[in-house]
Structures are given as C-alpha cells and as structure tokens.
Ligand binder design. Sequence first.
Ligand code: AMP
Ligand code: ZN
Ligand code: ZN
Length: 421
Amino acid sequence: MRLPLVRVTVLALLLGTAGCTTTRPSLPATPPAPHSVVLISIDGLPASALGRGNTPVLDALARDGVRAEWMNPSYPVLTFPNHFTLVTGLRPDRHGIIHNSMRDDAVGGFKVADKTAGADARWWQGEPIWNTAEKAGLRTAIWAWPGNAAPIEGLRPTRWVPYSPEISSADRADQVAAWMTEPATTRPRLAALYFERVDNVGHDQGPEAPETHAAIREVDAAVGRLVQALDAHGLRASTDVVVVSDHGMAPVRPDQYIAIEDMATIEQAEAVSTGQVIGFNPRAGHEAATYQRLLGRHAHYTCWRKQDLPARWHYGTHPRIPAIVCQFDEGWNGLPAAQLARATTEHLNRGSHGYDNAFPSMRAVFVAAGPSFRHGMTLPAFDNVDVYPLLARLLGVTPARNDGSSDVFTPVLTPRTDTAH
Ligand code: AMP
Ligand code: ZN
Ligand code: ZN
C-alpha cells in the first residue's frame, strides 16, 4: 500500500526524533511519491510565439513552472527526425530517422505519409522514452508521437493511438485527460500527445498569418482542457506537464522556389528528398560531373559531401544520408519541376522549416510545470537531445545511452528528482 506523502513525512519525523540515545539502523530514504509525466508536442510552434497573447495556457504553465528562452532543434530541422530525437536523446545521425524522406538499401523507402514504413521498426534505431519506461515496469500511453506505431525493440507502449488527423485538438486532449485521470492502478506514468495543427496552418499561411495565430490559440486551449482536467481531479501536484515543439517556422515567399532538376539533372543524380534539405545520390558514371556541379555555394543553397557537413550539425555519418546534402537558405525551397509547374502561387507554402538550426526562426519551445519543477524560472537555450534524459530523470528510470544530459535542468528542478537518475 502506498502512504500519502504527508503521512510518510510525519512518520519519518516521529521515528527520527524517537530513541535518539540508542543506535539503530538508518531508515531507508523516503521514495519519491509516484507521479506521472505528460509530454506534449505542438508541431511547428516557434519559441517566439509565447507571450504574445495567443498562448495564455502555456504562458501560465511557464509562470507556474519553467520555460526555456528557446530550445535548439537538431539537424535536419524536420518533424520526424526531431520528434524521435526528443524521445531518444539521440541526434538524427544516430537514431536513423535522418529525414522525413529517406532510403535504406535493406529496408526500402520511408516517407512521413507512408503508414507501413512508419510502423516498420527497422527504421527506428533508438530507444524511445516509452520503451525505457516500460522496461522499468511503468505504464505508458502515447498519442500519435512519430515512432509510436512501430514495435521498436519488439516493444510497444501499453496504449498507443496511431496518427489520426481527423481527431480534433480538443478531442485528443480529452482522450489523454481521460487516461491521466484514471485510478492509479491503470493510470499511465508517462503519456505523450501530438498536435500537428500549428505546423499545417503555418506551412499553408505563414508563421505570422492570422490563421496561424488562431491555430496556436486552438492548440493552447486544447492543452488547457488537459490541465483543467488534472486540476479538477487534484492531480496537478503529482503530474509533470512538459510542452515542447520540434522546430519553429520561417516565412516563405511564393517566388522563392527552385526546381530540383535545375540543381542536378535526373540523369546525373537521384534526389532522395525535396524541400529545404535535399539529398542527392549521383548515378553510376555521373559521379564526377555531379560533384563538380553541386558541391559548394550556389544562389540560395549550399551543398556538401556528407562527410564534410558543418560539425555543429552532428550529421553525415549515417549510411542512410545521401552522398551529397544541399541546404537551402532561409525562406527557400527545392521542388520537382513538375510540382512547381502545377502549383499556382496560391498552392505553394507560405511557411517552411528545415533551415539551418542556428536561425532564430527555427527555435523550438520548451515549457514545463509540475511537482518536479521550480516556479517561474527561465532556462538559457539548450539542445533538444537533453529532453530524453530529463524525462528519464522525472520518471526515475535509467536512461539509455544518448547524446544529451539532464544537467542543464538541475537548477530548475525540485529536490524530488535528486533520487532519480
Ligand atoms: P513536415 O512539416 O514535413 O516536417 O511534416 C509534418 C507533418 O507530418 C505534420 O504537420 C503532420 O501533418 C504530418 N504527420 C505527423 N505525424 C505523422 C504520422 N505519424 N504519420 C503521418 N503523417 C504525420
Ligand atoms: Zn514539425
Ligand atoms: Zn512542418
């Protein structure tokens, strides 16, 4: 039976004051009260979106707990690589989700929209926090986080919901609230929740469009429903809520597109991905011409051999990364000529990410509140590889090998996390 924290403390005090003249074995340390963690991702929410009137719920969480000035996304600044980094603490170069679109000689092709590929565990080469927790005997429930549909290491979350864009932001928040307010015997110790709405509208309309601001308010309100449900059940004091985004969003003008075939011809090289980070594999017999044509600086993009990419991106060793990587300048995109020809200016995106992770526009959000967090503190920027070891520390489980550290959070954590790893 679990004793309420207050009773355990009183008991410890009573025992501690009794019999002080006799020697007795020291009491075991009081274990931290079992509590839960909810991880929420708001895809494409820029760090600069906070505190501007559209995020009253997140701003209140930050006042009550902790926020980062911003969080640095990993390279490449795309949804799947960064979501898997957030839950593994590994850089994309190490966890294998090196792009939203990729190829692997042994596994085949991967695209975000391809459900079969997403559910194939061979793509996902890291230990997500839900596996770390389940291995330690903690129940997890994961709502549509990239990777949750694959039996990674042969394991699955206790409960998982596949990506379901037809379910409204409010309904998915209510679903997770229902899990978190179950009796302690079935309640998950870790839940995760994913919202794509801000990213979708941000691409379509641009980061500063009224429609994007409305989408931010909608998702903020959905987070509010979950927080309110925790409040109503008296669970705020035993639930850490951690809100992150994977990246920000930069404005894109409709005339800032380049046809991929104008970079390298189809005969010269295969473009494995499109967008802002374009991977090319030269075709047999065309290697020298392709390298000569692509490598180096061009108007609006720069290309490197994978082994020569800037070190600060920690990217270029994974076999899935194509031989040549071209990075577009902020606000520019590469698309197949046919797609460009079909698109009227109305159909082209007004917002994009996938740019150099040093750009302020790419900065991500980190806000957290709950029993593990001190009140009203702001952390300097950190890399998103640090989130996985933080989650492990909050849950009191041993993290798998990773590229981050929870040390950056030590100044903003309450003593209850000291006994955790
Ligand atoms: P991107 O903006 O290209 O990095 O991709 C992000 C988009 O992928 C989101 O806005 C969602 O619409 C979509 N998405 C997110 N998760 C999934 C998933 N598990 N399966 C399919 N599509 C997804
Ligand atoms: Zn994203
Ligand atoms: Zn996006």
